[in-house]
Design a protein around this ligand. Structure first.
Ligand code: AMP
Ligand code: FE
Ligand code: FE
Ligand code: ZN
Length: 278
């Protein structure tokens, strides 16, 4: 068993990167990928822990790319911190996020809410600041009664303190990953909300752009959906990959390795991915 989709405190998970690796080893995984949103800051500590516990480690990240409606998530495997086109894209996203957070703080201040960057920093720890941290601080300040109310009354799309984020196009991301020696995989493809024929077309387009794999064995998918996605991957010459999308206590129904209890991503996925490394 392996798990190629996990999140740590370096994005929106509740466990530090080293703990993710420990949990994977305890669950009986022979390989684990760390795929925090938009960043690679957990890679070094996760890898150090993987050496300790003797499990194969895949450095990665997950990037939300442009799509309508919503976004499409691209997992990048074998993505290392350092220099390169993929890392440049992540840096652009980070700068954009900083700008947006600054605007959001200013807007909330205009609305009479005394939120500061320091409060947000202490809430976020190592993670990149985002709306969930704003929501948590708004609850602590007593501005709203709950996390969800913060979104419903202020932060959600269309709300008085909403600022859109910039998104990268998936083909740009796929090319950047390639340029950095990484492999791009479409995460949880059913999130696109497409009918079968449209999904087929979308996957064909991404495959044409250099996509390497399709996440078929996903923590929250049924056996039937997983099989359908596997066949889709095969039709387009893509590696069938999988993972739990573990977020710790933030998605309490999902455990590392086994997902909701019925996940078992085969080691062949790891071997096939490795064989495709540029
Ligand atoms: P950000 O990356 O800063 O735009 O924050 C996105 C995160 O905010 C998502 O991953 C969700 O966890 C959370 N979020 C976005 N919209 C809502 C909403 N309407 N209600 C609750 N949480 C939301
Ligand atoms: Fe997440
Ligand atoms: Fe995702
Ligand atoms: Zn994820």
């Amino acid at each position: 068993m392996i798990d190629l989709h996990t999140h740590s405190t370096c994005s929106d998970g509740s466990d530090p990167p080293g703990r993710i690796v420990e949990l994977a080893a305890e669950a009986g995984c022979t390989a684990v990928a760390l795929t925090d949103h938009d960043g690679l800051s957990g890679i070094a500590p996760a890898r150090a822990q993987a050496l300790q516990v003797g499990i194969e480690f895949v450095p990665g990240c997950e990037v939300s790319c442009r799509f309508s409606p919503g976004t499409q998530h691209i997992l990048c495997y074998f993505a290392e911190p350092g220099e390169g086109p993929l890392q440049d894209q992540l840096e652009t996203l980070r700068l954009d996020r900083d700008t947006r957070n600054g605007r959001l703080i200013a807007r909330l201040n205009e609305l009479g809410i005394p939120i500061t960057e320091e409060m947000l920093r202490s809430e976020a720890g190592d993670a990149a600041l985002g709306r969930p941290h704003f929501a948590a601080v708004l609850v602590r300040l007593g501005v709203v009664a709950s996390y969800q109310e913060a979104f419903d009354t202020l932060l959600a799309k269309g709300g008085p303190a909403y600022f859109p984020k910039a998104f990268i196009d998936a083909p740009t991301m796929i090319a950047a990953a390639k340029g950095s020696g990484a492999l791009a995989v479409l995460a949880h493809p059913l999130s696109l909300g497409l009918q079968a024929a449209e999904l087929e077309r979308q996957v064909a387009e991404l495959a044409e752009a250099g996509l390497a794999g399709l996440e078929c064995w996903y923590g929250r998918y049924s056996a039937e959906d997983r099989q359908g996605l596997y066949e889709l991957a095969v039709r387009h010459g893509l590696v069938a990959t999988g993972g739990s999308d573990y977020h710790g206590t933030y998605k309490p129904d999902l455990s590392i390795g086994i997902g909701k209890g019925d996940l078992n991503v085969p080691e062949t996925a790891m071997r096939e991915l490795t064989a495709r490394r540029p």
